[in-house]
Write a protein that binds this ligand. Structure first.
Ligand code: BG6
Length: 302
C-alpha cells in the first residue's frame, strides 16, 4: 500500500492518471482524459483497455481473464519480446518471451498539451530474466492515450555484442462478430500459415475474412491495415513503423474452449492484429544501437 501511495505521489496526475491495486494483485494504471480512457497493468506494461470517448472499447479484454502474477493476461496489448511464439531451441522457455509476464516500472507520466496522456515504462531485469536471455538490453514502452492509441516499444542494446530479437505488440481488438469483419491492407502478401502447428507459405487473395481458426504471420509488410467491422459500423486503422510482420490470429471455438481464459464465446468478439518482427523478419540490434517498433490505432466510422 505504501508503494502504491509512493507511485501515485510520484507519477499520478490528478484527474488523469491513478494507480490502483488491480484484480488478483498486479497494479493497474487508470488513465482518463478528454479524448479517451484506458487501463494498463504494470506487469508486462500491458495496456488492458482503451476506449475513445463516446465509443465502445476498441481493445478487447477477456471477461474470463486471469490476473495472476507471472502469468500472461488474456486480452489487451501484450508485449511479446525478445522472441515471438515458441523459443527457437528451448521449448521449456515461455512462449512469446518473458516481457509480458514480468514487472515493469513507471519511468514518467505526462499530460500533453493536446489533452492526451503519455506514460513511459521500462522492463525491470532480474536474475530470472537474465537466465532466460543473457543479453544486455534496455526495453521501454511509451504509451500515448488520446483520440488514437500510440505504443512505441524501444529496444536498446546496452551490451558490446549484437543480438537478435523477435517481438510483437499482440493487440486484441474488440469486434462485433468475427464472421462479420474483414481485414484490408494485406492483399497479395505472403504469409506463414501456422494452423495445425506447421508453417506453410501461402499468398493472401483479397481482404482477410474468417470462417475457421486463423493463425498467420504476414511477412515483409510495413503496410497499414484496417479492421472493417460491419456490425459495429466502424473501422480500426492500424498504422505501424519498425515492423515488417503482421500476425493475424483468432483461435475459433475448439481451441478457445481448451484455452479456458477467453470466456464463453469470447473468441467471437476479438481478433488479434499484431504488429511484429517475427520468423523471416527478426531484427538484429547492433551493440550500442536501438530499434523501435511503434503503432498507432485509430477508430473511425465505416
Ligand atoms: C499468436 C500466435 O500470436 O498468439 C498463436 O500466432 C498463439 O499461435 C497466440 O496461439 C496466443 O498465444 P498465447 O501464448 O498468448 O496463448
Amino acid at each position: 500500500m505504501i508503494e502504491l501511495a509512493a507511485l501515485n505521489a510520484r507519477h499520478g496526475i490528478p484527474g488523469q492518471v491513478t494507480f490502483k491495486q488491480g484484480p488478483g494483485g498486479p497494479v493497474v494504471g487508470e488513465v482518463t482524459n478528454a479524448h479517451a480512457s484506458a487501463t494498463l497493468a504494470l506487469q508486462g506494461a500491458q495496456v488492458l483497455t482503451w476506449a475513445p470517448r463516446g465509443q465502445s472499447p476498441a481493445i478487447w479484454l477477456s471477461r474470463a481473464a486471469r490476473f495472476v502474477p507471472g502469468k500472461s493476461i488474456r486480452g489487451g496489448a501484450p508485449v511479446c519480446w525478445p522472441w515471438f511464439g515458441p523459443h527457437a531451441t528451448d521449448p521449456g522457455l515461455p512462449a512469446h518471451g518473458y516481457a509480458r509476464t514480468v514487472p515493469w516500472e513507471v519511468v514518467e507520466t505526462r499530460a500533453l498539451d493536446d489533452g492526451a496522456t503519455e506514460l513511459a515504462l521500462a522492463l525491470v531485469e532480474n536474475d530470472q530474466t537474465r537466465a532466460m536471455w543473457r543479453h544486455r538490453a534496455r526495453l521501454s514502452l511509451r504509451v500515448t492515450v488520446g483520440r488514437t492509441l500510440k505504443l512505441a516499444l524501444a529496444t536498446l542494446n546496452a551490451g558490446n555484442e549484437d543480438f537478435v530479437i523477435g517481438e510483437a505488440l499482440h493487440t486484441y481488438f474488440a469486434i462485433g462478430d468475427i464472421a462479420d469483419i474483414r481485414i484490408a491492407g494485406l492483399e497479395g502478401g505472403e504469409y506463414l500459415d501456422k494452423v495445425g502447428g506447421g508453417s506453410v507459405r501461402r499468398r493472401q487473395d483479397g481482404p482477410i475474412s474468417f470462417a475457421a481458426e486463423t493463425d498467420r504471420i504476414y511477412l515483409n509488410t510495413e503496410a497499414e491495415c484496417a479492421i472493417e467491422d460491419a456490425r459495429l459500423k466502424r473501422r480500426i486503422r492500424i498504422a505501424k513503423s519498425g515492423s515488417r510482420s503482421t500476425v493475424v490470429w483468432n483461435p475459433w471455438a475448439a481451441k478457445a474452449d481448451k484455452m479456458g481464459d477467453l470466456g464463453p464465446d469470447g473468441w467471437r468478439g476479438m481478433v488479434c492484429v499484431e504488429s511484429a518482427n517475427a520468423a523471416d523478419n527478426v531484427v538484429t540490434v547492433k551493440a550500442g544501437a536501438s530499434h523501435t517498433l511503434a503503432v498507432e490505432y485509430r477508430v473511425e466510422p465505416l
